[in-house]
Design a protein around this ligand. Sequence first.
Ligand SMILES: Cc1cc2nc3c(=O)[nH]c(=O)nc-3n(C[C@H](O)[C@H](O)[C@H](O)COP(=O)(O)O)c2cc1C
Ligand SMILES: [Mn+2]
Length: 480
Amino acid sequence: MAYASLREFLQALEEAGELIQVDEEVDWYLEVGAFARRMADVSGGALLFTNVKDYGPGHRLFVNSVGTKRRFAIALGLPPETTEAEVIEAFAQRIKRGMPPKEVATGPCKEHIRHGEAVDVLAFPAPHWNEKDGGRYIGTWNSIVFRDPDSDWVNVGLYRNVVHTRNEVGILPLPAKHFVRVMKKYHDAGRAMPIAIAMGAEPILPIVAATPFEYGVNEYDMAGALRQAPLEVVRCETSDLLVPATSEIVLEGHVNPGELRDEGPFGEFTGYYGGARAPRPVVRIDCVTHRDDPILTGSFEGKPVVEDHLQGTVAYSALLKNRLDDLGLAVRGVYTDPWSLTFIVVVSLKPQFMGHTFQVASAIWSCRLGVKVNWVITVDEDIDPTNLHEVWWAISTRCKGDRDIFIKGHDYGHPLHPCLTPEERKQGIGFKVHLDACWPANWPRDDTWRPPVCDWHSFPEEVRARVLAKLERLRGGRGE
Ligand SMILES: Cc1cc2nc3c(=O)[nH]c(=O)nc-3n(C[C@H](O)[C@H](O)[C@H](O)COP(=O)(O)O)c2cc1C
Ligand SMILES: [Mn+2]
């Protein structure tokens, strides 16, 4: 089932007991952030603030939309109790075929249209999230739309926006992002880059925006694929870009060549402040359109687990699984735990030949999203990659440190990676590690080389059945 709007999604969250509406006054300065932090720490509900200080009723703020596995499943139209592995599998299957958007004449996002002097982004309750943030961030759960000047390719990305003035916001696209490549094309041709920042589109689009699809993949098609229904879009007022018809708020603007202004720092997905204050591109807002009683959306960043980490887990695990499948590498599963920030990926497989596990690691590093991955951990197919305890056990028992760990320095480094020196972060110099916790492929499959596993499944089936039946009687039907 596809949600036509954010409001339909809120309704579904309400029915699932996943929505907390806060009617008491809450300060946009730190209090909103602390609410979101607290909910992240207790795996709590999504937050709808109806009374933000200086704003009052009619200017709602929605935060922490897919911050738990249950809500992530609900956003995808799956039952709340769907397991994480099933969510990843559904995501992987759905994105195999795109579904183009459908243009409609108009939509709720056009209920109010403000041009020129009437543009004021601070009409919306943008939070100052963490204390050391470099300002109020209006864009943290947004969908930023732009088109490649040389083709029909439409990209949607999630890049943060600080408020500079009533009609100027900052944007932080990190170096490997599609925004940077496309912006360069416009600017090299001496042209301004038109963009549209949609907030409060239906729930899937920000997830798509934050997913690192390959260059040239039309991300509206991916939104359609994930929603399992075409996304309805309308034309912007000041450009020919298309935006989701039911968006709560749309900021239409452009990025001029060479125009930079200081931006940052910001409490980051790494769990530390990052992106030290530095000159970054500016978006000039030409027009704002919004719904009646608009709902601004926002996402809290910080130490795991916040929705950014869940998004990363689902998207990276699914995209990497599809890639390894496409290459015929036949792995059992791929998983990056939310606490690993997608810097660590675990792959479970049955090694067929010497070097198979390294081939898997190389296949991950050789695609766009693998650039960010520092560690690939390979485990045998009896290990569930989503179960960190099993992975830990495999590393403890099957990885010989001086033989099974491959380290390469002088490689890509993420600019926000805290373990790099400030200079390495600036230059983007990092490392790769392949940690192989599989039995070596050339080892004979006998009990001397590979000691038999000693667990529940190693008991004969009839013994297990007998014991289960006895436990059942013992616990009065509550046996496991
Ligand atoms: C909550 C959240 C905030 C994000 N903020 C930024 C950001 O400020 N800058 C950035 O480059 N990427 C940010 N990302 C990651 C990008 O959205 C992600 O890399 C995405 O793939 C970018 O789109 P692109 O692949 O089309 O370039 C953020 C992701 C999430 C979930
Ligand atoms: Mn993209």
